[in-house]
Design a protein around this ligand. Structure first.
Ligand SMILES: N[C@@H](CCC(=O)N[C@@H](CS)C(=O)NCC(=O)O)C(=O)O
Length: 199
């Protein structure tokens, strides 16, 4: 299988952690891609021109990190990423984390292409407010404790928080979110998260 990615994409990192969790990492060839420069190899496999994209053994090209995660969960080994007994709670937490990841990514990319004034647009304001709301909710609820086998909620929560810390540290001060920083520091020790750090 091929995985089109770059090493700073939170969406691609989720997929890499999932592949490791599901015992599939050695079946993955990582293909570095640059969606922002009209990468022809990426465009040849998927019209969306975004990463990550997974090419399956039968040649299907799957975009969207959570869909790729769903596929890897089905074909890989080991415990389910979304255990049936806790499916609703795991998916609910995943949706919060995924929303944080998307909002943070759009703030970063808005600033990159439009400058800091991107933050003052209606969408910029909505995203910043959403990031603050999610961080506060996670801080007061505390993310689920880390288990031996990561589930989709802990993977997406750890990746989303680390992405905010990596790209938008001013929004995620340690003094404002002490519990979350503590949780994230611990999560980063998990071998698969440690192996996929942003670079
Ligand atoms: N919803 C997508 C988001 C993927 C995404 O936005 N990827 C970024 C890189 S981190 C990208 O390729 N952006 C290019 C673009 O938006 O045109 C997913 O979950 O995979």
């Amino acid at each position: 299988m091929q995985l089109f990615l770059n090493t700073t994409s939170p969406f691609a990192r989720v997929v890499r952690v999932v592949a490791l969790e599901k015992g599939l990492a050695d079946q993955l060839t990582l293909v570095s891609a640059d969606p922002w420069n009209h990468d022809p190899a990426l465009l040849a496999v998927h019209p969306q021109l975004r990463i990550p994209v997974l090419i399956t053994p039968e040649g299907s090209a799957i975009a969207e990190s959570l869909l790729i995660a769903q596929y890897l969960d089905m074909v890989g080994t080991g415990p389910a990423l979304v255990p049936a007994a806790h499916a609703a709670a795991v998916l609910a937490r995943t949706s919060v984390a995924y929303g944080l990841m998307e909002a943070a990514f759009h703030v970063v990319i808005g600033r990159k292409y439009e400058g800091m004034q991107a933050d003052t647009s209606v969408m910029g304001q909505r995203r910043l407010t959403s990031i603050g709301r999610v961080l506060q909710q996670l801080e007061s609820a505390s993310p689920t404790p880390l288990a031996d086998h990561a589930t989709l909620d802990t993977i997406t929560t750890a990746v989303a928080l680390d992405y905010v810390r990596f790209r938008l540290p001013a929004l995620f001060a340690t003094q404002a979110y002490p519990q979350l920083h503590q949780w994230l520091n611990q999560a980063q020790q998990q071998p698969h998260l440690a192996h996929t750090r942003f670079a």
